[in-house]
Each structure stands twice: as structure tokens, then as C-alpha cells.
Design a protein around this ligand. Structure first.
Ligand SMILES: [Zn+2]
Ligand SMILES: [Zn+2]
Length: 244
């Protein structure tokens, strides 16, 4: 595995934040100063759609408050290859702009903000801590065109906030699958089958897969199956956002 011990960007960012104070990416007001500074103001933070009430296993948002640990009807019937899901937000309203900006516009300050918010959600839910974070790998060709993997950038922040190693090399994406948008769950499952390959036995027993947005969960389920075959016995899914 290749952990990420050298966090050059973290050092550079802390230098930058010393010079440029945190500023809300949504409205331009001064950002929160807690936790080393955050590019979000208290007002905008309060308006983001938090995914508080959701299925403990797949993360699907519920319309009304539920007990912690409740599962949706689908998860009561099916066996999923991961044990638990949590997402900071529902994928709607301003969260769509934040995630899209982090993914396509190379705005790594957004990845940092989203990682901070996800770390908050983990602290709030307080699940057993995994041995390592595994960001969903990007295919090498897409990595070349985009220049970075947003899931890895977010994982780096979460790892730093929660003092967890980030394993970005235990699995690779060997198929450049077409985008999942517009496909139903069955088509998405077919689309990602065989997309990932473990690079050898995992040095971890308990991992958290990290992704920006989880929709039907087909991608994280496929990655979970590969991680289980490589030796993972407990798998969580941590995402910035979950589609309603
Ligand atoms: Zn604001
Ligand atoms: Zn569920």
C-alpha cells in the first residue's frame, strides 16, 4: 500500500489560510474560523441539506426522523457487501454546486471544505474507526484528463482530520466505465462489474471507502466485493453526499 505521509498541499494550504482568511465559497462572507478555518459561513452552513435521517446500511435519506441504526425496506431484504454508510449531505441544493466544482473545476478548496464537512459527520455518528480510508479509484485515462481524483483529495482531508491513513493504491480501476448518470440500478451494477482490481492482499481488515457522491451504491458495492476478496472483513462507505 502507499499511504500518504507527505501532505505537501496541507502545508501549503495552512500557509495560504494564514494570508487569506477563510471566506464562504457560497456567499463571500467571512468563513468559520473553528477547526483551522473553513470556507463556509455559519448562515450558509446551516442551510446545507444534511443527511441526518438515513438508512444505516445504504445511506438512503428518509423523509422523516428515524432511530439511529434504522434500515430502509430494501436493505431489510437484501445483503449488501458493505456494513454501514454515512453521508454528510443530501445531493441537492448548494451541495450539487460544491461537489461539481470539486469534481470538474479543479477547485481543491471545495474538496477541502467537503472533506471537513464529512469528517464532522463521522465525528457526529461516531462509527468504529476503520484501519484506513480507500478512495474510489479513478481510471488512469480519466485521471490524466481531469488531473486529480476528487475522492482522493477529499479522503486526504478526512484522513488528516481523523488521523487515519489513506490507501490510494490497494485497488485500481481497470475499466473506464461510461458515466453512471441516467442509468437505473441494474444497468449501473452491470456497468461497473469488473471495474476494480485489488493489487494484492489488503494490509487492512476494516476499511472505509470514500466517495464524493453515492447514488444507487453500485460503484461502492463493486469496490466492496473486490476489497472483501482481498481480505477486508468490515467495510464502511463514507460519502460527501447521497442522492435522495
Ligand atoms: Zn455564506
Ligand atoms: Zn438502505
Amino acid at each position: 500500500m502507499t499511504a500518504d505521509p507527505v501532505d505537501k498541499w496541507g502545508r501549503i494550504r495552512s500557509l495560504i489560510s494564514a494570508v487569506f482568511p477563510p471566506t464562504c465559497v457560497l456567499c463571500g462572507a467571512p468563513g468559520l474560523t473553528s477547526g483551522g478555518g473553513r470556507d463556509l459561513c455559519a448562515g450558509c452552513a446551516a442551510e446545507l441539506p444534511r443527511n441526518r435521517d438515513s438508512c444505516a446500511q445504504c445511506g438512503m435519506p428518509f423523509d422523516s426522523p428515524v432511530l439511529v441504526g434504522a434500515r430502509c425496506p430494501a436493505c431489510q431484504r437484501r445483503a449488501l457487501p458493505f456494513d454501514l454508510s454515512l453521508a454528510a449531505f443530501r445531493y441537492e441544493a448548494a451541495v450539487v454546486a460544491l461537489v461539481t466544482g470539486a469534481k470538474f473545476d479543479g477547485r481543491l478548496n471545495l474538496a477541502r471544505l467537503l472533506g471537513q464537512c464529512l469528517a464532522d459527520r463521522v465525528r457526529e455518528m461516531d462509527p468504529p474507526r476503520p484501519d484506513a480510508l480507500v478512495p474510489v479509484p479513478l481510471h488512469a485515462a480519466r485521471l490524466r484528463t481531469r488531473g486529480y481524483n476528487q475522492a482522493l483529495e477529499i479522503a486526504r482531508v478526512v484522513g488528516r482530520e481523523l488521523a487515519l491513513p489513506v490507501d490510494r493504491s490497494c485497488c485500481v480501476r481497470v475499466l473506464e466505465t461510461p458515466p453512471q448518470a441516467g442509468l437505473d440500478e441494474r444497468a449501473r451494477t452491470r456497468n461497473v462489474r469488473g471495474a476494480f482490481l485489488a493489487q494484492g492482499p489488503l494490509p487492512w481488515r476494516h476499511v472505509a471507502i470514500l466517495d464524493d457522491v453515492v447514488t444507487t451504491g453500485s460503484t461502492v458495492a463493486e469496490l466492496s466485493r473486490v476489497l472483501r476478496r482481498a481480505g477486508a472483513v468490515r467495510i464502511q462507505v463514507w460519502a460527501v453526499a447521497r442522492t435522495p
